[in-house]
Ligand binder design. Structure first.
Ligand code: PMP
Length: 398
């Protein structure tokens, strides 16, 4: 028997698998709304001008390729902290915050999960129902049982606020609660300040551990506005974790630019936590890559490039919002039997369209319009060229 003869085939990633099927589809007209990336009006992943300029400058000045420190580019880590907590946060002055560069948001979640498993070996992790499909697998692979808390109410196309709070209260004390700071993936439904205050109260009472995932800062309402949840947790006095991803906001998917941040109670605690996080990284991939984080740090610290980047981020955000409105209008003007106005109230790249698995299947088979079977569509994959076709197709399957 050969070494690998008993290895079973792992299931295909549902979202990446859909793109493979889309690529193999030979129909002339097809639209992939199943993707998890921002496409511009031309249907392409943009290379931001701020990124191109920072890369050009870097090429001209780059030195030898040594290893980075375990925690990555230090100016980058500081820039991430300022984005999360604001320019003048007392937390930063007090030395209570630990940030390490990570391999995207996924890497931040994984390093955080491995660290927490050592600290709280008997805790349970709770993710929203539904959530980004990798959350469950990631925390399970770190050894945690993963439960869900209610989030989406399909009857109201809104957050099930009462259900969410009730479920958080019923979890065992010291549960790790994974929360989407903004642009909830997959529903596009976010929590408001009042919701966050209530969640923070429950978390305090139950002794839970918040792990805030912020993968779309700047895609919802704006850089500062989208940090609301992080800032409220910072004010709450709780200790918590944050995973940041800059894959979308800098359109740097393949460069794996993310960060793990931990807010501790004092500088001494922070030092000890930092030493343990470094140990997790060291025994995992040793130290992170240089390019993406250096580019992001250089953009954030250059006044000109920062302004340029903020303009580009604003235009990505506005384009998605205008495509949401255009889709709602296109469906209404075609006499859609349902009211789709909720799509315009959602934020970020994704939208729970309310389409059923059967309708999604018909969209693909009959019209070559690809979406996730849960009804998730990527609003950022819509553009003025494919909108009418998508709207025509949706109306036909309702
Ligand atoms: N968290 C959420 C909610 C996400 O949607 C994603 C990416 N789709 C990530 C984390 C991971 O980000 P990255 O690609 O930077 O690893």
């Amino acid at each position: 028997m050969s070494l690998f003869s008993a290895v079973e085939m792992a299931p295909r990633d549902p979202i990446l698998g859909l793109t493979e099927t889309f690529n193999a589809d030979t129909r002339q007209y097809k639209v992939n709304l199943g993707v998890g990336v921002y496409y511009n009006e031309e249907g392409k992943i943009p290379l931001l001008r701020a990124v191109a300029e920072a890369e050009k400058a870097r090429l001209e000045t780059q030195g030898p390729r040594g290893y980075l420190p375990i925690e990555g580019v230090l100016t980058y880590d500081l820039a991430v902290q300022k984005m999360l907590f604001g320019q003048d946060s007392p937390l930063l002055d007090d030395g209570r915050v630990v940030t390490t560069q990570s391999l995207g948001g996924t890497g931040a979640l994984k390093v955080g999960a491995d660290f927490l498993k050592r600290l709280l070996p008997n805790s349970v992790v709770a993710i929203s129902d539904p959530s980004w499909e990798n959350h469950r697998a990631l925390f399970e692979s770190a050894g945690f049982p993963v439960k869900t808390y209610r989030y989406y109410n399909p009857q109201t196309y809104d957050v099930d606020r009462a259900g969410l709070l009730e479920d958080l209260q019923q979890l065992p004390p010291r549960s790790i609660i994974v929360l989407h700071a903004c642009c909830h993936n997959p529903t596009g439904l976010d929590l408001n300040a009042e919701d966050w205050h209530q969640i923070i109260e429950v978390i305090k009472t139950c002794g839970h551990v918040p792990f805030v995932d912020i993968a779309y800062q700047g895609f919802g309402e704006g850089i500062e506005e989208d940090a609301l949840a992080v800032r409220l947790f910072a004010q709450s006095g709780l200790s918590f974790l944050v995973s940041s991803s800059f894959s979308k906001s800098f359109s740097l998917y393949g460069e794996r630019v993310g960060a793990l941040t931990l807010v501790t109670q004092n500088a001494d605690e922070a030092q000890r936590v930092r030493s343990q996080i470094k140990r997790v990284i060291r025994t995992n991939y040793s130290n992170p890559p240089t390019h993406g984080a250096t580019v992001v740090a250089n953009i954030l610290k250059s006044p000109e490039l920062r302004v340029l980047w903020e303009e580009e981020l604003t235009s990505m955000r506005s384009r998605i919002q205008s495509m949401r409105l255009a889709l709602v209008q296109a469906l209404a003007s075609r006499g859609a039997k349902q009211d789709f106005s909720f799509i315009a109230r959602q934020r970020g790249m994704f939208s729970y369209s309310g389409l059923t698995a059967q309708q999604v299947e018909r969209l693909r088979v009959e019209f070559g319009v690809y979406a996730i079977s849960t009804g998730r569509i990527c609003a950022a994959a819509l553009n003025h060229k494919n909108l009418d076709y998508v709207a025509d197709s949706i109306v036909k399957v309702l």
